[in-house]
Design a protein around this ligand. Sequence first.
Ligand code: G6P
Length: 608
Amino acid sequence: MCGIVGYIGKKKQAAPILLEGLEKLEYRGYDSAGIAVINNGEINFAKAKGRLRVLSEKTNGGKDLIGCAGIGHTRWATHGEPSDINSHPHLSQSGRFAVVHNGIIENYMELKEKLIRKGFEFISETDTEVIAHLFEYYYKGDIMDTMIKVIDRVEGSYALGVLCSDYPDSFIAVRKASPMIIGIGNDENFVASDVTAILKHTRQVCYVEDNEIVVLTADDVKIYNTDKEELEKEIKTIDWDVSAAEKGGYEHFMIKEIEEQPKAIRATISPRIKDGKIVLDDVSLTKDDIKNLRKIFIVACGSAYHVGVVGKYVIEKMCRIPVECVIASEFRYSDPIVSKNDLVIVISQSGETADSLEALKVAKNRGARVLSIVNVVGSAIANASDDVIYTWAGPEIAVATTKAYSTQLTVMYLLSIYMAEKISTITSGQYKKYLEDLEKLPDLVAKTLENKEQIAYLASKFYNCHSIFFIGRNLDYAVSLEGSLKLKEISYIHSEAYAAGELKHGTISLIEDGTLVVALATVDDLFEKTVSNIKEVTTRGAVVMGLTTEDRSMTGIADYTIQIPNTNDIFLPSLTVIPLQLFGYYVAANKGCDIDKPRNLAKSVTVE
Ligand code: G6P
């Protein structure tokens, strides 16, 4: 969702750097953008509804806004429609303050009414404008004191960048439950919603915690707590390759990230298997802890939730511990029966998803132990967890996740096998075999990717469909959920995933002549059962695209067959998902959709 970039330097102009940084944050999802730059104590700004291109044209590539310090923002509308006026930055009444904000101010109505009574006039419908006016209301000449007052009054989540015309050589920033990092350069410093925005300029970053106040000048960054005490912060070096966040010759980030999966899976597995044993350095769960677990919850949103659905089957099969997989936004408001003998696994690529973070807090407040599976190092969910297992997917830019999903699955396998071995629910022979098969997974994923041509052909045949169904049983059902989501989020074709045996309890009435059904039949002992379900739909006119392992034939059963390499049943989801990702991608490409930035979606959802 919203993206923030702030820049302060000595010689370079801020506006083009801000525009370029915002471009790198486009993937987060937005519908308008704006920048403000300070020059000789005067704040100038430009805002525009629509893509960044519009803002860039309006400001002549940023050249029309002179100044070496500024803040920029991409907005994903929550309070008030996407429009020039509702775009950030928002200025205080006198124009002394300019504010960009990511997050939601929950008590903005109460604050707005108060400010209106004090004579402030609002021109936008946003919650953020309240902050700009609050700065002016509390300002007595000291920006730090004002910031402390403002954050004391606002409730909700925020990452804020604030320019003040009285401080032409600095700007100030703060965060609470919304992402923000600091970039430290030579004679220039940055704030940004994530590192991709500043990677071109610096790799030295510093992670700020909730309510730490950052004061940036061209040659210094100081961080304070709300008692105005300066804090010592560790500076970390980002070792991501810049090219990891560039398209590098691919038409879309999504296809690049699909292709990167063997590498990402290998990077996630390899360091964790040493001398024939799984080593999870960051997991402090002991054998007794695992033995005493009453239940495991897996809590997540979107594709991460779909990983959880696979995880439920895998953990239950291997560890014989009951697992419940719950959508985070449901979990947090369900008064969940969760307590100290439960493990809550939170899965999140961004580590910032508001519902997942709040669900995590609910679980912790009730005494549960929280283990998270996260891609973004130092993110809020990682910081709030008892244990973290990082996925080493590298930056994922396309809104529709692929390599993050695959590496999350991989961690799920590692964790399940690790726990099963500890509590002896698998034999040492099985343990050894699982590890051997797991280590082969990156090569099998690479082999599955070789079948691109067939999938592209099938996509070219079916991209005009109005509705597509995905069916499967157990693990195949879990992957169907992801295949269906991939397709609909980027191609805008209506699609549903159904447990194959459930179709006849209602949904089969939607099957008519020519309806495409993608039937997943990879799980060995359920093959025949799924074939029966395929027959039920073909009898009613459906066209079936069957997906099975290379040692099976679906001739005479399905109209088209996609085959994947064979491996241990529990690892099949890692292979089954590949043709489905490619199918969604090629269907969307045939339709000419904006694949990396699908309409209405955001990569990092920081509102509930
Ligand atoms: C958004 C993205 C999805 C993602 C979900 C959870 O909706 O568009 O692709 O699966 O958020 O994100 P997380 O960062 O928590 O994995």
